[in-house]
Ligand binder design. Structure first.
Ligand code: AMP
Length: 215
């Protein structure tokens, strides 16, 4: 079974993707995580993607498609994969469909995580983490004991550049302009399932599992 998790930044795609991939034995492929790893390793792709990512705009479709198809072709993906953060434009979705069809494969279900901009803005701009041990915190949902520092090692917390308020606004504008049209694209393909993503993590996981089991 091949799945896509769709939704705005901050909908909880990453968190849910890990859980759903585990529950259904799928390879989890997050385009954002793959790009961040490429950046960290300072590969040619990582260097090309860097500036787009910091501005909160999309990396060009051809680069993303080529990158994701390398991962989809891996033997670990043969039993099924879960795409998180990709596709993000209609051109990416069309490119993906064509490349999968050439391999005799297709996307079975697209789970659309529905949540409004006010809620996702609060979720994203409140995220902080410890640069030393990676421990995540949230200003509202899981604040550190002492404001601004890690509970474990006292290191000052940092925020992802693309979680800064002005970049979050840009990411949401990009989502509405470029990614939202995928709701229509996959509805017309007859494979879109809407899930309310405003609840707690366990509640949303249960809703996604249910739509995947009954699809
Ligand atoms: P994410 O962690 O999924 O929000 O991705 C972080 C950044 O990586 C995005 O703001 C984009 O700049 C870039 N990115 C991730 N996935 C894609 C994609 N499918 N197409 C274009 N750019 C992407």
């Amino acid at each position: 079974m091949n799945l896509v998790l769709l939704g705005p930044p901050g909908a909880g795609k990453g968190t849910q993707a890990v859980r759903i991939a585990k529950a259904f034995g799928l390879l989890h492929l997050s385009s954002g995580d793959i790009l961040r790893a490429e950046r960290k390793a300072q590969t040619e792709l990582g260097r090309k993607a860097q500036d787009y990512m910091d501005r909160g705009v999309l990396v060009p479709d051809d680069l993303i498609l080529a990158m994701m198809m390398v991962h989809i072709a891996k033997p670990e993906a043969a039993k099924g994969f879960l795409l998180d953060g990709f596709p993000r434009t209609v051109a990416q979705a069309e490119g993906l469909d064509q490349r999968l069809a050439a391999r005799g494969a297709r996307i079975r279900i697209v789970v659309n995580m529905v949540i409004d901009d006010v809620e996702v803005t609060a979720r994203l701009t409140g995220r902080w983490s410890c640069p030393k041990d990676g421990r995540p915190f949230h200003e509202t949902f899981s604040p550190p004991k002492k404001s601004g520092v890690c509970d474990d090692c006292g290191t000052p917390l940092t925020r992802r550049k693309d979680d800064e308020p002005d970049v979050v606004s840009q990411r949401l504008r990009t989502y509405h302009a470029e990614t939202k049209p995928l709701v229509k694209y996959y509805t017309e393909a007859g494979i879109l399932k809407n899930v309310d993503a405003t609840g707690g993590v366990d509640q949303v996981t249960a809703l996604i599992e249910k739509v995947c089991r009954t699809a």
